[in-house]
Design a binder for this molecule. Structure first.
Ligand code: 5GP
Length: 200
């Protein structure tokens, strides 16, 4: 389970894993936001309208869901996650903090990874650097980021996203270790502490 503040690069890290680690199953979320150029329905997200999203919530078909940035709803379909876990696959959910807290309730054995920026200044730079938001949206995202950064202690382990590929490799290594521990242990998982990733 990978979460972290807005603009920290969760999407880039999971894209790197998708490319280089086909053994990792990555959950495809559903969202009510429209597709961006290049995004494919069923690959990056399942793009649904409000009515369909309501239906999924009513039928309890989502493992978790949340309104992100006060704009669109995002959720994780439950059945594919259950199937991947039952098959013993390495499963990755890339979700926001509110979603992570819900998954914590229903899947307490999952490994919760916080993706952190190298520094607060770098996070601000990445956030502002997107350049597509209005001043008001930027302020809102910064406020969200402050809140999200404060949640780091809730997580099992932190990976610092200095370089995308290094962070992706570190995450896959942690997931592998956690799966082995889960299949052989009787007590709680004890992931190794994160080491600073090498810079590229
Ligand atoms: P974006 O619209 O940029 O693809 O994603 C916006 C935010 O939504 C990101 O912080 C991402 O982690 C979060 N997100 C994506 N999918 C899900 C999901 O299934 N559940 C939750 N709770 N958040 C999600």
């Amino acid at each position: 389970m990978l979460a972290g503040p807005t603009a920290v690069g969760k999407g880039s890290v999971s894209a790197a894993i998708r490319k280089r680690h086909p053994e990792v199953w990555i959950s495809v979320s559903v969202t009510t936001r429209p597709p961006r150029p290049g995004e494919v329905d069923g690959v990056h997200y399942g793009f649904v309208d409000d009515r369909r999203f309501d239906e999924l919530v009513e039928r309890d078909e989502l493992l978790e869901w949340a309104v992100v940035h006060q704009t669109a709803r995002y959720g994780t379909p439950r059945v594919p996650v259950d199937e991947a876990v039952a098959e013993g696959r390495l499963a990755l959910l890339e979700i926001d903090l509110q979603g992570a807290r819900q998954v914590r309730e229903s899947m307490p054995d999952a490994l919760f990874v916080f993706l952190a920026p190298p520094s607060w200044e770098e996070l601000v730079r990445r956030l502002v650097g997107r350049g597509t938001e209005s001043d008001e949206q930027r302020v809102r995202r910064l406020e969200t980021a402050v809140r999200e950064m404060a949640a780091e202690p809730e997580f099992d382990v932190t990976v610092v996203n200095t370089a995308v590929h290094a962070a992706a490799e570190e995450l896959v290594g942690l997931m592998g270790g956690s799966l082995r521990a889960a299949s052989s242990r009787s007590g709680p998982t004890e992931p190794k502490p994160a080491e600073p990733p090498p810079t590229e």
